[in-house]
Design a protein around this ligand. Structure first.
Ligand SMILES: Nc1ncnc2c1ncn2[C@@H]1O[C@H](COP(=O)(O)OP(=O)(O)OP(=O)(O)O)[C@@H](O)[C@H]1O
Ligand SMILES: [Mg+2]
Length: 312
């Protein structure tokens, strides 16, 4: 059997696609981006994950050259952002932005293609964005999901090797989200680089090979979904304090931390089964609860400022 390559038909692109070093941006006394470091290799699909106000849009707008930065250095594909964008090497879908009404899908894409020196062939844009059958539809007659695919098509028009998307699937239903992801995956599979921001943890885990968590303008974790879960991934075992001596509990198998809150003891553990079994052998446990272990908890823990370990 012959070996098939993942990036069939496209050269594997080497080198840095995105590089931000100690980037800062303040609005008055709001430090929206506060010393952000991020390096993304060509061909990577990366999710920028963070709560409202984390600095995702500010970061994206700066790296696209749409917003000036106060300090630090930003390079896209080894160039200044504006040069890379003007050369058609970078496509973008911003958080807000409408479509010109009353034209057809094809006309709008053709207009966009006309602004680049070497655009992607129209048929290819339509195919990747799954718009071939909608090419002659008026833009204002599209559903929300279809309109979003048109916006993605506009980002593709210049045949970019990097696409940056700010919350591409916000406000889409599940089916439209899946459809859009299929089109983005088709683009990424050609060896291109994809950076997207999202609030949806599951989406980041499912579609990105790497998740960069940002909070308060800084990277607080960077790794695969599995690595993030592992870095914060322990569970919490809690039970009524009763006669338990909190000081002695730190030596319980699996336990990584002990906390007393009111009448309850909370143990952080990297092996809840082991911890509970050991506890049950040494005393009476009342109202035992085991919580945590999901990516959702990992994310909340990472962004609440209670845990700032980086899991790269
Ligand atoms: N033009 C502006 N003027 C003043 N403050 C701003 C401006 N734009 C953003 N901010 C502030 O900067 C911080 C980062 O905002 P940003 O929009 O980058 O966050 P975000 O992660 O994209 O959030 P969301 O998930 O809500 O889109 C927030 O505290 C926000 O209020
Ligand atoms: Mg935003």
């Amino acid at each position: 059997m012959t070996q098939t390559t993942v990036y069939a038909g496209a050269p594997l692109r080497q080198g840095s696609a995105v590089s931000l070093a100690q980037v800062t941006k303040s609005y008055g006394n709001v430090h929206a981006v506060a010393g952000l470091d991020l390096a993304i290799d060509r061909g990577e699909t990366v999710a920028l994950l963070g709560p409202n106000g984390a600095g995702k849009s500010t970061t994206i707008n700066m790296l696209l050259g749409l917003l000036s930065h106060d300090g630090g250095q930003i390079k896209l594909l080894g160039k200044d952002p504006q040069d890379a964008v003007l050369a058609g090497q970078v496509g973008a879908m911003l958080q807000e932005g409408g479509l010109i009404p009353r034209v057809t899908v094809k006309e709008l894409i053709e207009f966009m293609r006309g602004t680049y020196a070497s655009p992607m062939p129209l048929s290819e844009v339509l195919e990747i964005a799954q718009l071939t059958s909608l090419a002659d539809r008026k833009v204002d007659k599209l559903s929300g999901g279809q309109a979003q695919r048109v916006r993605f098509a506009l980002a593709l028009a210049g045949s970019p090797e990097l696409i940056v998307l700010d919350e591409p699937t916000a406000a889409l239903d599940i089916q439209s989200r899946r459809d859009l992801w299929q089109t983005m995956a088709a683009y990424a599979e050609r060896g291109n680089t994809l950076l997207f921001s999202t609030h949806y943890l599951e989406e980041a885990d499912e579609y990105a090979e790497r998740i960069v968590v940002i909070a308060q303008g800084r990277v607080i974790a960077d790794g695969s979904g599995a690595e993030l879960k592992k870095s914060v991934g322990g569970k919490t075992v809690s039970f009524d304090r009763g006669n338990w001596d909190p000081n002695g509990l730190a030596r319980t198998p699996g336990v990584t931390g002990v906390e007393v809150r009111g009448a309850r003891i909370h143990l952080s553990t990297d092996d809840a089964d082991l911890t509970v079994t050991a506890l049950a052998q040494s005393g009476a446990l009342r109202n035992v609860e085991v919580t945590g272990g999901g990516l959702e908890e990992a994310f909340i823990s990472l962004t609440s400022g209670t845990n700032t370990r980086s899991g790269s």
